[in-house]
Design a protein around this ligand. Sequence first.
Ligand code: PLP
Length: 376
Amino acid sequence: MTIYLDHNATTPVDKRVADEIMHHFLEEYGNAGSRTHEHGQNAARVVNQARATIAATLDARDDEVIFTSGATEADNIALLGLGPEGQRTGRRHIVSTAIEHKAVLEPLQRLADSGFEVELIRLGVSGRVAAEDVLAAVRADTLLVSVMAANNETGVIQPLEQISEGLGGHDAYLHVDAAQTYGKKNEPLRDHRVDLISLSAHKVFGPKGVGALIARRRGYRRPPLTPLTVGGGQERGLRPGTLPVPLIAGFALAAELADKEHPERLAACQAYRDEVLAGLAPLSPLVHGDQDYCLPHVLNISLPGLDSEAVMVAWRGLIEVSNGSACTSASYEPSHVLAAMDVPEEQILGALRLSWSHLTPPADWADAVARVRALV
Ligand code: PLP
């Protein structure tokens, strides 16, 4: 059996979640926008309940949850949606980091193309941005600070608490791409100074194709987001289109289960990490990123003298890993994340990302080591 070690790309859907989704596909299939009959009213109730469930996990209000197709869309609505406010007020300065996902970097590039000044803070081998560097870049005309909760390639957790605290009463909006930590490390996201949070269901045993943007109010004021698409007015006009009720119901159940089962999942992931490290130790892997701040289910390594492609071929049928984020692994670009961390080029070309879950069965590490040794 091949062991799937690419949970940062996506997770399987929890069976309980799949059952819930199927129920809403087959039995309660109403349109949440239909007010004239029971099927529609039931669907609206399911969406409201899901909104409340997700809001509760982040200490947000129900009306601060905007369902989207995933974290990519949430990032786009948050970042590009603030553009008109920046143009109107003349606050055209944005601070972010060089290790953000492309779902953040590309919208930021668009804003830069339309006259915004985007500063991407670099960082050292730790893979963790220094909160002081982020805060030192913030100016009176800074509209937005966008920092991911944890990096998808290295698993390194970013210092959100310090950034949030340092921003204090500054007007700048704080956006956090939490695709990799939602359901795994919710506490920093419950902080009310975090204005905008991007979430994805398929990284926490929910379905692909659904996520949310949390857009927190400051007092009565909502973040001044301009919608990117127009249509039926759903989600307070910020994300119009018929709501995918089955996916939303599944997302909410996945979020609830992640919250409830968090301690056991965490312990299982930590124990698995010890097995991975012990299993690979004979190959003396170089580990990327500060392990004191790494999510317990992620490990980014390179094996001295070996190219990642060769190792992945050698491990075929045994373990499945990735050599970068899923989105960039199709185009053989060296990782922009490891490059921003000043990891040497040959080490970047050898980088392998292993990511597991609380359910991952043990792998045959002795065979994995033997196959790599046969390469050299
Ligand atoms: N942001 C980060 C940090 C991610 O890891 C991912 C997924 O790889 C995304 C955004 C995109 O999420 P989605 O697939 O829900 O659009």
